[in-house]
Design a protein around this ligand. Structure first.
Ligand SMILES: [Ca+2]
Ligand SMILES: [Ca+2]
Length: 207
């Protein structure tokens, strides 16, 4: 099952919008990677509506210091200002994390009541004006609370996008399943108004 279905983020208040292109505090060079988990995905396997820069070719996950480094490579360079297709309000490049196989949080950013295995979701987002990146902590949904949204450092450069997520924002998971994908969003969240473009799954941390 595709864990990223519907987990596309639109209509949100852009917290910490940084207003530009290759942005964000960026990944620190401190510390050494202790290993890397990778997911390979074919070129040309997307929904026909996808641009080349929405065609995932590789996902990778490593750790640098206390931060998880999520990377996605795509088949074509991401433009400085991608043109949103008609009716699309948001493009996203996301990494989904299933830290507890026994739980399926319901709701945000999906429509209320819609369950999904992911406890956490990190996305680079393009709203037609600005790139940003957010971590969505969905674990509060399990106990009647609301998802927590936290801006995270990110990069968009050529055919690669990345986000850096401190392990503390994910309750320091020792192991989890992860995946990565791209989507176009047609309606504001919380809702299920999205179109999945490409998906690459079955990653595990640690590798
Ligand atoms: Ca692909
Ligand atoms: Ca889960």
């Amino acid at each position: 099952m595709n864990r990223l279905i519907g987990l596309v983020l639109a209509g949100m208040v852009w917290l910490g919008a940084l207003g530009g292109w290759t942005l964000g505090p960026g990944a620190s060079s401190a510390g050494a990677s202790s290993g890397i988990s990778t997911i390979i995905d074919p070129v040309g396997d997307t929904n026909p509506q996808a641009a080349s820069y929405q065609d995932v070719t590789l996902g990778s996950l490593s750790k640098r210091g206390t931060s998880f480094q999520f990377v996605q490579q795509v088949a074509g360079p991401v433009p400085a200002a991608p043109q949103l297709p008609s009716s699309v309000v948001l493009m996203s490049w996301c990494w989904g994390m299933d830290t507890n196989p026994a739980t399926d949080p319901k709701g945000y950013p999906l429509a209320p009541g819609t369950a999904n295995p992911l406890e956490y979701l990190a996305c680079v987002l393009w709203d037609g004006t600005t790139f940003s990146a957010e971590l969505f902590d969905r674990t509060p949904l399990l106990t009647g609370g609301q998802a927590v949204v936290t801006p995270v450092p990110f990069t968009v450069s050529g055919q690669q996008l990345s986000v850096s997520v401190d392990e503390g924002l994910m309750d320091k998971p020792s192991t989890f399943a992860w995946d990565t994908g791209t989507e176009n969003r047609h309606s504001p969240i919380p809702s299920n108004g999205f179109q999945e473009l490409d998906f690459a799954g079955d990653g595990t941390w640690p590798a």
